[in-house]
Design a protein around this ligand. Structure first.
Ligand SMILES: [Zn+2]
Ligand SMILES: [Zn+2]
Length: 67
């Protein structure tokens, strides 16, 4: 089975595949609407924080899966 593309990292644009470990931002506005942010590691999520100006946030670890 070839790897199934899932998304690209919102920060570094690395290609992510279904079944890989990914990180999401805990802030709901980063996971709703047109822009659903996804990160390849916590470093990329960290880099998202200064631009997003969240008051409190954490990274949610999950596995990429198709809906
Ligand atoms: Zn990344
Ligand atoms: Zn965020």
């Amino acid at each position: 089975m070839p790897p199934v593309p899932f998304a690209v990292c919102s920060m570094c644009r690395k290609q992510l595949y279904v079944g890989e470990r990914i990180y999401r931002c805990s802030v709901s506005t980063c996971n709703s609407g047109k822009v659903k942010l996804v990160f390849c590691n916590t470093g990329c999520w960290d880099a998202h924080l200064p631009t997003a100006r969240h008051r409190s946030a954490y990274a949610l670890e999950e596995f990429a899966r198709r809906d």
